[in-house]
Write a protein that binds this ligand. Sequence first.
Ligand code: NAP
Length: 275
Amino acid sequence: MTDHYAVVGNPVAHSMSPAIHAEFARQTGQDIDYMRLLAPLDGFAACIADFRARGGKGVNVTLPFKHEAWNFVTAHAGYALNAGAVNTIDFRDGKIIGYNTDGIGLVRDIKENLQCAIQDKRVLLLGAGGATYGVMEPLLREHPEQLVVANRTVQKAVALVGHFEKLQNFSINGVLATPYHELRQSKFDIVINATSAGLNDEMPSLPSGIFAPGALAYDMVYGKHTPFIKFAAEYGAKISDGTGMLSEQAAESFFVWRGVRPDTAPVIALLKREA
Ligand code: NAP
């Protein structure tokens, strides 16, 4: 019998997740289908509850519902516990368990696919939304020399750092929150754009000297040549969009649901060819 999964978001039409999970299912012989669910901005919980009541086995959660998903689930597993954000929900055995696979996906893409170490690097993370919460702990567990979080609404970056500072089971010494204009004197080895600005052909207002020689500029937005990517290329950084992260976080979700690990390489190659 076919098991049903979905990605829930608003907007969600741009999501590549159905194509990725269809390929993973084909590759591993799993009998699943996977659809997009557009939830009203005030109707996330009702949308998920309805999908579950109709026999849904699990969902991925995308913007802007990752914090709401954390509150919706009845238990947190893995990185979801500290992240305060959930991107994967498993409805197995009558439970509603929340996971966060975004950080695993990002770190795997940077380290393994792009062959760029994070340890001892100066890392700048742009944005303070659900995606940033999800990647904080996995990034810090790689022991960067420095992690700075910058956001347009600086209070949200301060709140994010405060959230992680309060954790009892994980310590985040030396992480700074800052507005963009205070980055003028700084250089970073890895700059990760975790804002949604690129979806609207915009970018955070960054100073031009932000990239250290040989720096990696990573935009979580995928399938678009975003203003951030163009800016980074102009100033000599190595560039990557979020296609690899998307595929790796999806593979981790697939593993949570099905207990089988798909091969991401052909999916990444296919998505990059189609972009
Ligand atoms: P979110 O919770 O809605 O947060 C959006 C963030 O973007 C906020 O920090 C917001 O700043 C910032 N922002 C939006 N427009 C901006 C602009 N014009 N200039 C500067 N900052 C701007 O979204 P999210 O869930 O964190 O997701 C962020 C992005 O990452 C989305 O595009 C999503 O598709 C992508 N993502 C990709 C993957 C992947 O696998 N590749 C995984 C997760 C997320 P304010 O706080 O000031 O509003």
